[in-house]
Design a binder for this molecule. Structure first.
Ligand SMILES: [Zn+2]
Length: 220
């Protein structure tokens, strides 16, 4: 009944979805600009971090295009409450990664965290569904309490002027025993410059003998 009154529409083009379709209509799904580094062996994303931090693998699913359906999707995910988009892409990539040798020894998934005030405002972390579905597919834990985003204090602002990472974001690690000696998949919704993932990675790499890989929904 609800479905008749409020038919589900494609998150990208707003056409009414068929029963068999989820989030996207078949045409939009077909038109998604897939990059799928995990499958092609394309190292574009990995190369962003070359010489900066040691990482095992890095992959995105789709290419972010301004004005395109990818922009619409990410905007809906981030600002219009369509959290289900995150789960949709997580299920997709999760299934693919179970069939990809290089990702098989990953032992936990960790999301790029939101600051607690931002989380309260948005109501959800836009990468949570993505990370949880990947963890479910790989049958490994999802930890959202190991990496925390904190407020920057004045002394940190001062200190950061003298480091090579002049970022506005401050992350910190806790319960690091959980990830010691493990290969961890750090997930985010989109990678642009790579600065966020890099800042997160620098924290996670403080854990003893941790190995890192990255996965994002989109790459700009
Ligand atoms: Zn569509």
């Amino acid at each position: 009944m609800l479905n008749l009154l409020f038919p589900k529409v494609c998150s990208a083009c707003k056409s009414v979805l068929l029963k068999t379709e989820e989030i996207l209509c078949t045409q939009c799904r077909h038109n998604l600009p897939l990059v799928s580094h995990y499958k092609t062996g394309n190292e574009t994303m990995k190369n962003i971090f070359y010489g900066k931090i040691p990482i095992e693998q890095a992959t995105a699913l789709i290419k972010f295009q301004k004005g395109g359906i990818t922009q619409e999707l990410l905007h809906n995910l981030k600002y219009r409450g369509q959290e289900e988009i995150s789960y949709f892409f997580g299920k997709w990539l999760g299934k693919e990664l179970t069939e990809t040798e290089k990702y098989k020894n990953i032992k936990a998934v960790i999301p790029v965290p939101l600051h607690k005030q931002k989380l309260k405002k948005r109501g959800y972390n836009q990468v949570e569904g993505f990370g949880k579905e990947i963890a479910k597919a790989l049958e490994i834990p999802y930890y959202d309490d190991v990496l925390i985003k904190i407020s920057k204090t004045k002394s940190q602002v001062f200190k950061q002027r003298f480091t090579r990472f002049q970022s506005e974001e401050v992350f910190t690690i806790q319960r690091e025993k959980l990830i010691e000696n493990k290969h961890i998949l750090l997930v985010d919704d989109i990678i642009t410059t790579g600065a966020t993932l890099e800042n997160c990675a620098l924290e996670l790499l403080k854990a003893n003998k941790v190995k890192l890989s990255f996965a994002t929904i989109a790459i700009a």
